[in-house]
Design a protein around this ligand. Structure first.
Ligand code: PXP
Length: 247
């Protein structure tokens, strides 16, 4: 069985659009857990564009499944992770100007820094997942750095616009998953997965976890819209009926 980790960053994106309190990522996380999510993922970015520090502490308090804190190998965020003690962290590269995480970690070139972060997390009992391209050299470096899990970057696969490119990228993920599994790494995958492209990834035996955010939150906003509009119309109608009551 492949388990689903739900990324709730974009609940915070919507909340932050009005700098208010709703929708609350903690409530969203709880609802995702009740629907069967095996873990909740949130990305505490250096610029705090969606999830903020308080969200992370509150999520730690309320989440009953697993908290996966996605983060860059940045000293300030590392200190927060060591204080919050999530069940696991996912190390990702981070650039301020990017819309979302672009590309996997270059574990080979940043080997000593990444190994240092793995060691620090392990000393606190926190597991480490490294978000990498489906590439054998990066997977070998991830194993040597002490990763428990590798999350294969599916973004290029998800963005493939021709059948040829799609097949090529899918085959890269298939080979990388087998390579990582044989190296005794737990294999996850994520980024850009949606209701059209996820099922092919599910055929890969070695993958046992998917991390999905944007498409689930997007779908939620649409499948929930009918009910939300009806509830507002009911509220308006009920209030209109009682118009003559003094407030
Ligand atoms: N995995 C990682 C490492 C990510 O950075 C992201 C995006 O935050 C995801 C999974 C989820 O990607 P998406 O929002 O496209 O489903």
């Amino acid at each position: 069985m492949i388990t689903l980790s739900v990324n709730i960053d974009h609940i915070a994106t919507i909340r932050n659009a009005r700098e208010g309190r709703e929708p609350d990522p903690v409530i969203a996380a709880t609802m995702a857990e009740m629907a069967g999510a095996s873990a909740i993922v949130c990305h505490l970015r250096e610029d705090r564009r969606h999830i903020n520090d308080r969200d992370v502490y509150r999520l730690r308090e309320f989440i009953q499944s697993k908290l996966n804190l996605e983060m860059a190998a940045n000293d300030e965020i590392i200190a927060i992770a060591l204080d919050v003690v999530p069940d696991l962290i996912t190390l990702v590269p981070e650039k301020r100007e990017e819309l979302t995480t672009e590309g996997g970690l270059d574990v080979e070139s940043n080997f000593s820094r990444i190994k240092e972060v793995c060691d620090k997390m392990h000393n606190k009992g926190i597991k480490v997942s490294l978000f990498v391209e489906p590439d054998e050299r990066q997977l070998t470096a991830a194993k040597n750095a002490g990763a428990d899990i590798v999350e294969l970057h599916t973004g290029t696969y998800a963005n493939a616009r021709t059948a040829e490119k799609f097949k090529f990228e899918l085959n890269r993920i298939i080979s990388a998953a087998a390579f990582a599994y044989n190296a005794d790494l737990k294999v996850a995958a994520g980024h850009g997965l949606n209701y059209q492209n996820t099922h092919h990834i599910c055929f890969i035996h070695e993958i046992d976890e998917l991390s999905i955010g944007h498409s689930i939150i997007s779908r939620a906003s649409l499948v929930g819209l009918d009910r939300a509009v009806r509830e507002m119309i009911d509220l308006i109608n009920n209030a209109t009926l009682h118009r003559n009551i003094d407030i």
